[in-house]
Design a protein around this ligand. Structure first.
Ligand SMILES: *Cc1c(COP(=O)(O)O)cnc(C)c1O
Length: 378
């Protein structure tokens, strides 16, 4: 298939998101890849099998391929789109045999933590959980591992792992190195360029960007690994829907401008929260070692007082919406430790996904909700 020159990385990322995946147009064609709602595709003459695409669970449709070209172009590899971020992540884990050893971060997306615990129980995986910033700990944990799974910045503590040396150590130890790049986005961090074998995104989040779809994507450079991921997608039926792929493609076209604006807002809000007397800890990836390539759009902060104080603060917000998930154009906030499996987190920790609203309105909403905190009980 003819590839648009965007995939040769000769353009910047802000151009790639706009132009990649558009390589097949002829005069008179629509500007955008149409939504193709078809499970099955017409075959050629039965006497002349041509290896043509047959069935969309296995072979994909034009809008997946366009979306894959965009994210593959951003991450410098070949992308495989999935029905969700967890489908993409589990396709990577499913490359492993029973009894495999996996090194994974202590602070990691909750769904991945549960998936690993299930794999330990069902398949005898040995899962070594390593402090995200404990580089020496990673160097020890990669020995004998089949897979080193990294997530940086992490969800929800925004820990930054020193990816380059840890990936290098994983490779030296003969392990597959995978990075969940959902929080950083390919605009600030491209793990394949740092030596990783595979990078995974929940495209539900920043890449889709509008809280209106579930999708995931895995990107690798090695052909056998790409084929393994495609095979897993087909056999597990983790195929993305045609409408979701249309929306994801439309969403990723504005990733660069959305990210720039949300990151600008987040940076400003982190400083406001730092200075607020009713906030005890502000976690923001841009301040951690290794986090200076970009700051990101997610902030976690602890409200002074109890979980109930934090819940009341959320209840006073008028602009920032109380909702889980992240990476949409709208600002959202939630108290993570209320969720099953997240009880280990500080009880009053709020994770805020900063959107693209006017930053003055966000500051006013947050400070009003924090200022009017009820007087501490006597
Ligand atoms: C949300 C998320 C996932 C899972 O993605 P889904 O699209 O919800 O399946 C994986 N990793 C991280 C860091 C996430 O935030």
């Amino acid at each position: 298939m003819a590839q648009h020159p965007a995939n040769d990385r000769s353009f910047g990322t802000g151009t790639t998101v706009v132009v990649a995946g558009r390589g097949r147009e002829q005069p008179g064609d629509p500007m955008n890849v149409p939504i193709t709602l078809a499970s099955t595709l017409l075959g050629g003459h039965p006497a002349e099998p041509g290896g043509e695409p047959l069935y969309s669970r296995n072979d994909g449709l034009d809008s997946w391929v366009a979306f894959e070209e965009v994210v593959g172009g951003l991450e410098s590899g070949e992308a495989v789109a999935f029905s969700s971020g967890m489908a993409a992540a589990s396709a990577v884990f499913d490359q492993l045999p029973a009894g495999a050893t996996i090194a994974a971060p202590a602070d990691v997306y909750g769904g991945v933590a549960t998936f690993l615990a299930d794999g330990a129980a069902r398949l005898g995986w040995e899962v070594r959980r390593v402090g995200n910033t404990d580089t020496a700990g990673w160097f020890a944990a990669v020995e004998g591992a089949a897979l080193v799974w990294l997530e940086s910045p992490s969800n929800p503590l925004l820990e930054v792992t020193e990816l380059e040396p840890v990936i290098a150590a994983a490779k030296r130890a003969g392990a597959l190195a995978a990075v969940d790049n959902t929080f950083a986005s390919p605009l600030v961090q491209r793990p394949l360029e740092l030596g990783a074998d595979v990078v995974v995104h929940s495209a539900t989040k920043l890449i889709g960007g509008h809280s209106d779809l579930l999708a995931g994507i895995a990107v690798a450079a090695d052909e056998a690994l790409v084929a393994g991921l495609q095979r897993q997608r087909a056999l597990h039926g983790a195929t993305p829907g045609a409408l979701e792929m249309f929306l994801a493609l439309r969403g990723v076209r504005t990733l660069a401008v959305r990210f720039e604006r949300a990151q600008h807002n987040a940076r400003h809000l982190a400083a406001v929260l730092d200075a607020h007397p009713n906030v005890t800890t502000v976690r923001y990836a841009g301040r951690r070692p290794g986090g200076d390539a970009g700051y990101g759009t997610i902030i976690s902060f602890d409200v002074e007082g109890t979980a109930a104080d934090a819940d009341e603060m959320i209840g006073r917000l008028e602009l920032v919406r109380h909702a889980t998930s992240l990476g949409g154009v709208e600002s959202t906030i939630e108290r993570r430790s209320r969720l099953a499996g997240q009880e280990h987190l500080p009880p009053s920790l709020l994770r805020m996904s900063v959107g693209i609203e006017d930053v003055g309105d966000l500051v006013a909403d947050l400070t009003a909700a924090l200022d009017s905190r009820a007087a501490p009980a006597r």
